[in-house]
Design a protein around this ligand. Sequence first.
Ligand SMILES: N=c1c2ncn([C@@H]3O[C@H](COP(=O)(O)OP(=O)(O)OP(=O)(O)O)[C@@H](O)[C@H]3O)c2ncn1[C@@H]1O[C@H](COP(=O)(O)O)[C@@H](O)[C@H]1O
Length: 137
Amino acid sequence: MSDSIERLYQAVIAARDLDPATSRTARLFQRGPAKMAKKLAEEAVEVVIDAISGKPDAVVRESADLLYNLTVLWASAGVKPEDVWREMERRERLLGIAEKLPKSPVKVPKGLPKTAPVPVVRRRIVALENRLRKRQP
Ligand SMILES: N=c1c2ncn([C@@H]3O[C@H](COP(=O)(O)OP(=O)(O)OP(=O)(O)O)[C@@H](O)[C@H]3O)c2ncn1[C@@H]1O[C@H](COP(=O)(O)O)[C@@H](O)[C@H]1O
């Protein structure tokens, strides 16, 4: 799937400077990030509605539109697909490590007065992330 998105990203970059009268992508770039964001949000809602309505074929079509509009917004924001893949790989490593940790739920002591602040449960993954960040060059 990442190959398809990377090809689409290259096509979006190539279409950016085409004639907005004939290229939807060029028209989106001409109208700017706010319009791109609006289209992306609309497509996300369309995916949600079709999924809840039990229309998998429509979910497929709208997901393709969603990925197209996301790719356009990435290009506009200066984000490349490989930036996102790198973040996903980083989380996979973190989650992979976190999955091996014992899940120790934080026990809130009984009898705390109602006004006492509830202890903030910091997910272990955050601690791991800090450790990994220290290790990275
Ligand atoms: N992958 C896509 C792609 N997916 C979806 N879309 C457009 O996204 C729209 C889907 O959103 P909507 O359902 O809201 O459609 P719409 O109601 O017509 O859109 P609006 O009237 O709301 O603007 C469709 O009209 C498609 O034209 C795409 N438009 C272009 N591409 C690719 O982008 C590249 C550049 O193409 P051009 O933009 O045509 O230069 C090419 O590789 C294309 O294949």
